[in-house]
Ligand binder design. Structure first.
Ligand code: ATP
Ligand code: MG
Length: 604
């Protein structure tokens, strides 16, 4: 009986091996690589165009894509690089479901907070679920059920999974999709120090992943958004076409513009000490002039001397926010400052109710007795630091067609608080070294690491017993990386007029053999090189594609370039006369003739 099982399993293993070999037999004529010549009209970035043209992906509907075999090969390579680096820092892979019950999301309050980006659905019994956009709730639930003691910590778990987010504007192909492939990792610690130490280890692992993908990248401080927590970093692949704007300084500071800190300016009182006197407040008729530009031109005042006044609704409560006329409010900073869930600009009706004037004439003070000032209405006035330095400024008068001149902080208006609430702008100095001007550039966010702290463990009451037998909430970190976005980012950063230029680590095939007319001696030599490259002991040679199609040389070269395969070996009758083949690297323009025997031994 035992013998029978042994023989059976050996045959099965052999069968499987043959099957595996057959599957990896990559003759172009047998492969499914539907390339297209024309540039697809609805593709909005280079990577999106090239992914469609090279037959890596196809669109099923807005923000939803199919991964064709060639694309999937790349996706799997990225996945493997990430897996190796996660295992190297002690991660354990698991797989959580994509259909997630509402109850867990209610425990953290995110069922409401997440808004329209969350795909929600019901089962036949009318129970509510969502399709997972991220998995903090689920992992915290797993841990609170099965981890009881500090002895089981630290613990890091990760998964590769399809994520669902109903993005407001899906675009750039798989870069911002409604369904995408992510690696998300979560770590649990007994102490804050341990969590921070481990955060740095994952940070380094993420840098390694970016290096292994061949990226030019930058790591920046970032806003924590819907995931929350105490601080976070984004891993940005540098590209002109990137969605994210980032600032950096030679001193090492780097941040997403959403997060970048602004230095506090010198205040008005400081400037008054230097004898810049506050002049008499004046009301000026400014018929139909609503913008800083219009009023500025009329009064011959520079935008930086304006106190721009905006009315926001912070969880439905109105708040007046002031910023210097040449600056803009950073809504992410404002939201964090107000600690609100929803922040929107007030509609014109609300503005009118609060200022007594139509939109365009709001200001922080109101000497006109008839209409009610913001203070009288008890609307909180917040000011960005930039406003503190304005002496004899201009603002709306809270009265239709009127503005105020010579507004001075402390004398004519009193914000209840001042804070860093504005966006960085060109010309700003670095908030760290305070010496150099910040540099602006663009990037694609491929990864995001978060120091979560106890945000989820507290709201879900996930605890462990420490050495003294005392209950504590887990300290958490979470670390996401967009596997599918990395594929697009790699192409966005590395391409030319002819197509994709893959870094070797991500290429779907490392080598393409191009026989010029696949027959006779050319076929014989091509097959030999192909077989040699595919021998299991030569897997180091990588995956190889044999272009055995009955096509003209020009067509084959064009496709090899479009697919971006790093090494092209051309076999033709002409070079065979000298016993040579031509080798060309995709990232170089020159070709070299190589001795066949030498090539084969080089491969070995
Ligand atoms: P973004 O600011 O680009 O919306 P995010 O902060 O919402 O990103 P995270 O929640 O941190 O993203 O997700 C981790 C990673 O998942 C991101 O760094 C990114 O690489 C990837 N990712 C996020 N949203 C998408 C999407 N819609 N399509 C493809 N990849 C995405
Ligand atoms: Mg997002």
């Amino acid at each position: 009986m035992d013998e029978a099982i042994r023989i059976y399993s050996r045959t099965l293993a052999l069968d499987l091996r043959q099957f595996a070999l057959k599957r990896s037999d990559m003759r172009y004529s047998q492969a499914f690589i539907p390339t297209v010549k024309e540039t697809p009209s609805d593709a909005d970035t280079i990577s999106h165009k090239l992914m469609l043209r090279a037959g890596l992906i196809r669109k099923l509907s807005s923000g939803v894509y199919e991964w064709l075999p060639l694309g999937l090969r790349v996706l799997k390579k990225v996945e493997q690089i990430i897996r190796e680096e996660m295992d190297a820092v002690g991660g354990h892979e698991l797989l959580m479901p994509a259909i997630l019950p509402k109850e867990l999301w209610e425990e953290t309050g995110r069922w409401n907070v997440y808004g329209k980006e969350l795909f929600r659905l019901k089962d036949r019994a009318d129970r509510e679920f969502c399709l997972g956009p991220t998995h903090e709730e689920i992992i915290t639930d797993i841990i609170r059920r099965d981890v009881r003691s500090y002895k089981q910590l630290p613990l890091m778990l990760y998964q590769f999974q399809t994520k669902f987010r109903d993005e407001i504007r899906p675009r750039f192909g798989v870069m911002r999709a409604k369904e995408f492939y992510m690696k998300d990792a979560y770590s649990f610690h007994a102490t804050d120090e341990d969590a921070e130490k481990y955060y740095q280890i994952v940070y380094d692992a993420y840098s390694k992943i970016c290096k292994r993908c061949g990226f030019k990248f930058s790591v920046v401080e970032a806003a924590t958004g819907a995931i929350g927590g105490s601080f976070s970093h984004e891993f940005m692949v540098l590209a002109e076409t990137g969605e994210e704007e980032i600032v950096s300084c030679d001193c090492g500071y780097g941040a997403n513009v959403e997060k970048a800190e602004c230095q506090r300016e010198e205040s008005a009182s400081w400037r008054r000490e230097k004898r810049e006197e506050g002049q008499k407040l004046e009301e000026i008729h400014t018929p139909n002039m609503k913008t800083v530009e219009e009023v500025g031109e009329f009064l011959k005042e520079k935008p930086e001397n304006f106190i721009k006044t905006l009315i926001y609704l912070s969880d439905n409560k109105p708040v007046m926010v002031l910023v210097r006329g040449n600056c803009e409010i950073n809504e992410e900073k404002l939201k964090n400052f107000l600690k609100c869930n929803e922040l929107i600009l007030a509609d014109s009706k609300t503005v009118e109710k609060i200022t007594g004037a139509p939109v365009g004439f709001a200001g922080p003070a109101n000497p006109a007795q008839k209409s009610k000032s913001a203070e009288e209405q008890k609307v909180e006035i917040l000011a960005d630091y930039s406003v503190e330095g304005i002496v004899n400024g201009v603002s709306g008068a809270n009265k239709k067609d009127y503005h105020l001149k010579n507004m001075n902080i402390g004398r004519d208006y009193k914000p209840s608080q001042t804070a860093d609430l504005r966006k960085v702008k060109r010309g700003d100095k670095c908030p760290r070294c305070k010496k150099h001007e910040l540099k602006f550039s663009r990037g694609i966010e491929v990864g995001h690491t978060f120091k979560l702290g106890t945000k989820y463990s507290k709201s879900m009451d996930a605890t462990f017993l420490d050495e003294k037998g005392k209950k504590n909430h887990f300290i958490m970190g979470c670390y996401g990386i967009g596997v599918s976005r990395i594929v697009a980012a790699a192409i966005e950063q590395s391409n030319d007029d002819n197509g994709i230029v893959w870094n070797e680590s991500l290429a779907p095939y490392r080598v393409v053999i191009v026989p010029i007319a696949y027959e006779g001696k050319v076929k014989e030599v091509s097959d030999k090189i192909y077989a040699r490259l595919r021998q299991p002991e030569d897997r180091s040679g990588g995956d190889v594609l044999l272009d055995d199609r009955n096509e003209r040389a020009g067509v084959k070269f064009k496709d090899a370039d479009l697919l971006g395969i790093p090494v092209r070996i051309t076999v033709s009758e002409k070079t065979l006369k000298e016993n040579k083949v031509e080798v060309k690297y995709r990232n170089q323009n020159t070709t070299e003739l190589t001795d066949i025997e030498k090539l084969l031994s080089k491969i070995k």
